[in-house]
Write a protein that binds this ligand. Structure first.
Ligand code: WT7
Length: 646
């Protein structure tokens, strides 16, 4: 450890309790080197297989013979692993605690009840003609039926595509069209922070552009009157009347698709990240166990929405595969008060709490009192995910929320990676505030420079993974070539994460953030291209360039440079209108913080926008804009600097 650096040692209690202590970590790291087949075979034994795999790993990251296969002759069903196998011993244990937006309303569902409900929903889907391999779009709020719908798809071999309830009708339509789903499961309305989210109305709007959708299943959440299209729409409550609570699970090959989840990249439309059955569940459940040192029956709360991968892996699949009691929280951290998180922790005796740095920073701003007035004594472990956490926020989380009792696991991963790849292990890893620390056993990280030269030792570079892990995405739905070209061609033969990182002398990784044109706003991932494409869709806009800039709470904010069509005059009204436009086109979380009207954008002579310069202007770091001599018209920069907004 370098001198003067803050390092928090592993508490004795964790060193002796944790299954993955320092010795076990070292042993696993060595074993996976010496005997990868044996190591990965053992990992698969944590699941119940109909047929245990004999072919364990078959991977090539080289374009000529590119393929990724894990456990390829294994047969299993994910819902059986998350439900049926727990029934004998834990049928009466609470599987899901649902904490509604209203702090007075919460419900509990046992494993037996969840199993029955999943089977009913599976039978309803079957009755609608859904078969193995069909795509089902799920657009639901954070209610138990969201998990039920995912598991029901898994039970019958349908491929779910969950779309976050904060996405606009247009974004929803694009996702439905891309995977060609014929069925949408939604709710009348959602409720978040006391505000209504018009989910069914959004679906109606989206479906104007999705003629292929034959059925909409509507879960009643608020019981509001909503438009129901005869022949297309039906209430789930009606459909499930008299339906059997038994449903034979579909035997699935390990490499059959489990779900698609759309995520943003630096170019083009969002990509349908496809995860398969066996490897994904092995990785989600194993990481859930070792990263959180999870024991069956403990109350685990991941605050992420199931519309993001964090919700898939750590609200639903990982915890339920491990017989957890998982909390599904419908609300927001500051409603009705900014003590809400900690009150929920106290109400349900939450032992492990996992959230995003943006939430921590927002709560930190409100001071210690809203935290300190709650007990929180049930919490043993804290986690963060989704974006870099600044040491100040880390320390506040550690000292004020965790009272210096609870280790913090800062978990680095991506939609593409399925589950955690770099993270401390509570019984093993001394912590450094702001570092995701070390790769999990079997995860092969490498830092390279812009030319792909491998960098050794303490250094900074672009983060690559040189070998596969079971939870890796397998393809971009419908566009395998895009999968290969996006992730495996920048540095041939390696998976490029899109992140930059520093590695210190102890081999700890410090993720510095995206090095591509992806922006992370409050842990929500957005492509600059997507926002630009929304902006140029507005009748007043000729051209747009979007960059991220550092934001105290959100991590990054969105800054848009817009040139208007010749006959349009800039105005404050238009500025507000454009922000609202992006909100409606993509979703509220995508609204730009700043819109600057520009006479022209800085371009090279070949017409490429120089985002480096725009980033500097957005950051208000205009003293050193670097070399502008290659610009077609260097004068535009002065104009941009002078008219900077905010
Ligand atoms: C991007 C992936 C991980 C699931 C939720 C987000 C950033 C994620 C961390 C972390 C620093 C992080 C990266 C990554 N990120 N976790 N612990 N420290 N950065 O999944 O939407 O696919 O976003 O989130 O930039 O590439 P995602």
């Amino acid at each position: 450890m370098s001198e003067g650096e803050l390092v928090i040692p592993v508490p004795q209690e964790w060193a002796s309790r944790a299954k993955m202590n320092a010795a076990a970590y070292e042993a696993a790291v060595q074993r996976v080197e010496a005997d990868p087949e044996g190591y990965w075979t053992e990992l698969a034994q944590r699941l119940d297989w109909i047929k245990f795999p004999t072919k364990i790993k078959d991977v090539s990251f080289n374009r000529e013979d590119f393929h990724i296969r894990w456990y390829e002759d294994g047969i299993l069903n994910v819902s059986v692993n998350c439900l049926d196998r727990h029934l004998a011993e834990r049928g009466d244990q609470t599987a899901i605690i649902w904490e509604s937006d209203d702090p007075h309303i919460h419900t509990f569902m046992t494993y037996r009840e969840l199993h029955a409900e999943v089977c009913r929903m599976a039978n309803v889907l079957k009755a609608k003609g859904v078969k193995k391999g069909d795509r089902v779009t799920i657009y639901l709020p954070m209610i138990p039926q969201a998990a039920v719908a995912m598991l029901a798809c898994a039970r019958i071999g349908a491929v779910h595509s969950v779309v976050f309830g904060g996405f606009s009708p247009d974004s929803l339509a694009g996702r439905i069209q891309d995977c060609d789903s014929k069925i949408v499961i939604t709710a009348d309305e959602g409720l978040r922070g006391g505000r209504v989210v018009p989910l069914k109305a959004n679906v109606d709007e989206a479906l104007k552009e999705c003629p292929g959708v034959t059925d909409v299943i509507v879960v009643r959440r608020t019981k509001a009157e909503v438009n129901m299209v005869p022949g297309r729409d039906a209430y789930y409550g009606d459909l499930k009347q008299g339906v059997s609570d038994q449903c034979d699970p579909e035997p699935m090959n390990a490499e059959d698709p489990l779900f698609i989840l759309y995520t943003s990249g630096s170019t083009g439309k969002p990509k349908g990240v496809l995860h398969t059955t066996g490897g994904y569940l092995v990785w989600a459940s194993w990481t859930h166990e070792v990263v959180f040192d999870y024991r069956p029956g403990e109350v685990f709360w991941c605050t992420a929405d199931i519309g993001w991968v964090t919700g898939h892996s750590y609200v639903v699949y990982g915890p339920l595969a491990n017989a957890a009691t998982t909390v599904i929280f419908e609300g927001v951290p500051n409603y009705p008060t900014n003590s809400r998180f900690w009150e929920v922790v106290d109400t349900h005796k939450v032992e492990i709490f996992y959230t995003a740095p943006t939430a921590i920073r927002a709560l930190m701003r409100d001071g210690d009192e809203p935290v300190k007035k709650t007990s929180r004594k049930s919490i043993r472990l804290l986690g963060t995910v989704g974006e870099p956490i600044n040491p100040e926020a880390w320390l506040w989380y550690y000292k004020v929320v965790g009272e210096e009792r609870c280790p913090i696991v800062d978990t680095w991963w991506q939609t593409e990676t399925g589950a955690c790849l770099i993270s401390p292990l509570p019984g093993c890893t001394p912590l450094k505030p702001g570092s995701a620390t070390r790769p999990l056993p079997g995860v092969k990280c490498q830092l390279v420079d812009a030319d792909g030269k491998v960098l050794d030792g303490a250094t900074s570079g672009n983060l690559c993974l040189t070998d596969s892990w079971p939870g890796q995405m397998r393809t971009v739905y419908g566009d395998h070539e895009r999968f290969i070209s996006t992730y495996f061609t920048t540095y041939p033969g390696k998976y490029f994460t899109g992140d930059g990182a520093r590695r210190d002398a102890d081999g700890y990784y410090w993720i510095t953030g995206r090095v591509d044109d992806v922006i992370n706003v409050s842990g929500h991932r957005l492509g600059t291209a997507e926002i630009e494409s929304a902006l140029v869709g507005h009748e007043a806009v000729a051209e747009a360039a979007v960059v991220g800039f550092p934001h105290d709470i959100k991590g990054q904010g969105i800054y848009a440079f817009v040139t208007l069509k010749a006959d349009v005059a800039p105005s404050d009204i238009l500025q507000a209108d454009l922000k609202g436009w992006v909100r409606r086109e993509i979703g509220p979380f995508a609204a730009p913080e700043a819109v600057q009207f520009a006479a022209g954008l800085p371009k090279t002579r070949s017409g490429k926008i120089m985002r480096r310069i725009l980033r500097k202007i957005a950051e208000n770091d205009t003293s050193n804009l670097g070399d502008t001599s290659t610009l077609a018209d260097p004068a535009v920069v002065d104009d941009l600097v002078q008219n900077r907004v905010g």
